[in-house]
Write a protein that binds this ligand. Structure first.
Ligand code: PEP
Ligand code: MG
Length: 591
């Protein structure tokens, strides 16, 4: 529920997940469409079902003509002509007649028949190695979504690739695959009903530097298109119809932010060294090859985590070995000699493939995910491992496996790598014979056997986002229990400590690539616990470096010592905040 402000402004409170303040008009996205179920139609209802289908087609046509008219007026005739292809889909009698036949012969509801047939055509088109036909598949899916919405009596969501003006996107939820499709130039901010700080949409908002607030409960049902709002991604509020006084206060905050940005720009070429001379390695997390530029621009020393699953989202087929090789090679050669840690596919959880309809799981984060999925889907894994190996000849590539829960998975994955190395050797294809292989430490079991893993690996990378959810049994996506997701829980501090000790006993390095690494309040604690490297979203490299350059290792060690002795998450957090406020107050809450 919104809280009414003193002079009519309405304040929605949620969880701040990406810093920054923006203001503008709201655009509410539709709620997800309910699942399309099959219904039997009595013989007497078949004619009406076909009529219903024809009416939905006619309505869709009228809507498309209207969208085309608006887009042409706003962006020009060329942009408007995109919709010609959509209109053609509606006139394709081969598809439409097949739908009518299915309704007649199988006596099923129109939405079920239309969805089944349109999807079959789209999948066939998408599977052909031809850009033109793939585009037609996308057109077909766009149009069929509109027809289905009309059949189901839902409003159609706007075409997000053609946003006319900058706006704040409000939605019940935003999946990673939706977020990557947004026209980012016109997205001022995100506000969602559900989600948490470590959901992948929040992570993406931070890497795009788009202010975001999640966990706003029912905001998407209370807000309407065109309302004017201010979104504060530092403190997690969305203020509708802000008063002049509120706008004035936020104007001052924006000025402070601008002056901080200037200081941060100055740190870009500087090394990440504490005041007492301790060097920390600062790398970046990326999601696609194009992000390589951001790694350099923000002064990172390489890539600590390349989340390769984004190459697999929103496609009809998994990328081929060759396509993956090109993506990995591009990053490796652009950043050479800096290291690029490529993480093997981490699908499942909240990241799913359009082309691989995975069975719905009750506990997807505990299910067929990451290395477990790859060890069973051998063709997909083989293509990826070979692509990574081939790219290793072109730069300083390293590789790591996600969600390892014990030695057996590591041994199996390593055996496959050895096999593919042999294949490449026999074929005379070059790769780095000394490829460094690491593992994400993100399950409590991996921590408990870190000693055994460390003997067989070249590095560890702590995935604190998952490590926290699995250790504390707190779903990282669920805003209702977000208060229980405590990175400073004594259990987490001890797990990190155990991991660092095991790694250092075997002379290997430990990085943290989870979101803890980019939090100015928590980064000193990690450094104090002996973590060697922090990997954050590219735009967060300068603030973390700014902090490190104002910190003493001795202070960080004292903090870690205190945290290892403490029995209270709140007490540890308070100490962390105290130190961060002392060394870099500018970084906290945009103040
Ligand atoms: C993590 O779990 O901390 C991590 C970096 O991996 P992801 O967020 O992609 O699950
Ligand atoms: Mg993870």
């Amino acid at each position: 529920m919104a809280q009414a402000g003193p002079t009519g402004e309405r304040i929605f409170r949620g969880i701040p997940v990406s810093g920054g303040v923006c203001r503008g008009k709201i655009l509410v996205l539709d709620r997800p469409r309910p699942a399309i179920s099959r219904r039997e139609i009595p013989e007497s209802g078949v004619a009406e079902e076909i009529n219903r289908f024809e009416r939905a087609l006619a309505t869709t046509r009228t809507q498309l003509l209207e969208v085309q008219r608006r887009v042409s007026a706003a962006l020009g005739a060329e942009e408007g002509s995109i919709f010609d292809a959509h209109l053609l889909v509606l006139e394709d009698r081969t598809v439409l007649d097949e739908v009518v036949r299915m309704i007649q012969e199988q006596r099923v509801n129109a939405e079920y028949a239309f969805h089944a047939i349109a999807e079959r055509y789209a999948a066939t088109l998408a599977a052909i190695e031809d850009d033109y036909l793939r585009e037609r598949a996308a057109d077909m899916r766009d149009v069929s979504a509109r027809v289905l919405n009309n059949l189901l009596g839902l409003e159609h969501d706007l075409d997000l690739r053609h946003l006319k003006e900058p706006c704040i996107i409000v939605s019940h939820d935003l999946s990673p695959s939706n977020t990557v499709q947004l026209d980012k130039r016109n997205v001022l901010g995100f506000a969602t009903d559900v989600g948490s700080k470590t959901s992948h949409t929040a992570i993406m908002a931070r890497s795009l530097r788009i202010p975001a607030v999640v966990g706003l409960k029912d905001a998407s049902t209370q807000l309407a298109d065109g309302q004017y709002a201010l979104l504060d991604g530092f403190s997690g509020v969305v203020i509708v119809d802000p008063t002049d006084q509120t706008l004035f206060q936020y104007g001052q905050l924006a000025r402070k932010q601008a002056s901080l940005e200037e200081k941060l720009r100055d740190t870009v070429p500087q090394p990440a060294v504490t005041l007492d001379g301790h060097r920390v390695i600062l790398t970046a997390n990326i999601e696609q090859a194009a992000d390589a530029e951001q790694v350099k621009v923000n002064g990172a020393e390489g890539v600590g985590l390349f989340r390769t699953e984004y190459l697999f989202l929103n496609r009809q087929l998994p990328p081929s070995e060759e396509q993956q090789y090109q993506a990995y090679r591009e990053v490796a050669s652009r950043l050479k000699p800096m290291p690029v840690v490529i993480r093997t596919l981490d699908l499942g959880g909240d990241k799913f493939l359009a082309h691989l309809p995975l069975p719905k799981e009750i506990n997807p984060f505990l299910g067929w995910r990451a290395i477990r999925f790859c060890l069973q889907e051998r063709d997909i894994f083989r293509d990826q491992l070979r692509a990574i190996l081939r790219a290793s000849a072109e730069g300083n590539v390293r590789m790591m496996y996600p969600m390892v829960s014990g030695l057996e998975e590591l041994n199996q994955a390593n055996a496959l790598v050895a096999e593919y190395m042999n294949e490449l050797r026999r074929a005379g294809i070059p790769f780095d014979e000394k490829l460094q292989i690491g593992a994400m430490i993100e399950t409590p079991s991996a921590v408990m056997v870190a000693d055994s893993l460390a003997k067989r690996l070249n590095f560890f990378s702590l995935g604190t986002n998952d490590l926290i959810q699995y250790s504390l049994a707190v779903d990282r996506m669920n805003e209702k229990i977000a208060h229980l997701y405590e990175p400073t829980h004594p259990a987490i501090i001890r797990l990190i400590n155990t991991t660092v000790q095991a790694a250092h006993n075997h002379q290997i390095k430990v990085s943290v690539c989870g979101e803890m690494a980019s939090d100015p309040v928590l980064a000193p604690l990690l450094i104090g616990l002996g973590v060697d490297e922090l990997s954050t979203a590219p735009p967060l490299v300068p603030p973390v470096k700014f902090l490190i350059r104002r910190l003493k290792l001795s202070e960080a060690r004292d903090l870690a010592h205190f945290a290892l002795e403490s029995e209270s998450a709140a007490e540890i957090l308070a100490r962390c905040q105290e130190l961060a406020r002392k060394v870099a107050p500018e970084l906290l809450n945009g103040e």
